[in-house]
Design a protein around this ligand. Structure first.
Ligand code: DC
Length: 218
């Protein structure tokens, strides 16, 4: 069977990575989490311990080496050879990542890497601009969303599960701010591609969403 290229976009906390991972596993495909790449740049920026300006971010991205290695259901993230898999998920990183992802030179570098990773097919890639910009010829395009309340609750439970001290209201405010920044930025904003299937996951179980994605791939 032909190895497909599957693009899944949607706002923060829509459950993209959870369902994309499971669907990729069922299809025997590689899962590529593009948000992790922008988070990697944000994490390296914070390590400079300086005010987060666009100039600082551009300096950080100039010679950054970001690698993703997906195995056993986990996307391992390496920045300049150092593993930062857990560190890129903190609220501090989430807080500045939209600023990082809005910069043209950051996006150009990450998009080049993403396209190279999808070249052989058999990939399921999630992000914000995959169907519209990174892989416009993807075989299957899905726009995954859910209500803001449900998305905040999912992110809250996910971080709490990892033992982080988090606050639900704060997460909802942060997600709303990221939605706005990601949708309104000039370069490759978060929008549903005209030919993407809209999948609202509010009230659906993970299994139900995975089943629908697999159905679209069949
Ligand atoms: O999916 P995530 O929350 O880990 O993504 C982190 C940020 O990266 C998100 O706020 C928007 C940005 N992003 C992007 O601009 N383009 C992508 N393809 C993926 C993520």
């Amino acid at each position: 069977m032909k190895k497909l290229v599957v693009a899944i976009d949607g706002p923060a906390g829509a459950g993209k990575s959870t369902v994309a991972k499971r669907a990729a596993q069922a299809l025997g495909y590689t899962y590529i989490d593009t948000g992790a790449m922008y988070r990697a740049v944000a994490w390296k920026t914070l390590r400079r311990h300086a005010p987060v300006t666009d100039a600082l971010i551009l300096d950080v991205v100039r010679d950054i080496d970001v690698r993703l290695s997906y195995h056993d259901g986990v996307t391992h993230v390496f920045v300049d050879g150092e593993e930062a898999t857990d560190e890129i998920r903190t609220p501090e990183v989430s807080h500045i990542v939209s600023q990082v992802a809005a910069l043209g030179p950051v996006r150009e570098k990450m998009v080049d890497l993403q396209r190279a990773m999808a070249k052989e097919g058999g990939v399921l890639m999630d992000g914000r601009d995959i169907a519209t910009h990174v892989l416009p010829n993807a075989d299957v395009k899905i726009f995954l969303t859910a209500s803001i309340e449900e998305r905040a609750k999912r992110r809250y439970l996910e971080l709490k599960d990892k033992g982080m001290d988090v606050d639900l209201a704060g997460i909802q405010v942060d997600i709303a701010a990221r939605d706005k920044a990601d949708s309104e930025r000039t370069i490759s904003p978060l929008v549903r591609a005209e030919d993407a299937v809209l999948l609202d996951t509010t009230g659906l179980s993970i299994d139900e969403v995975v089943e629908r994605i697999l159905g679209l791939c069949r």
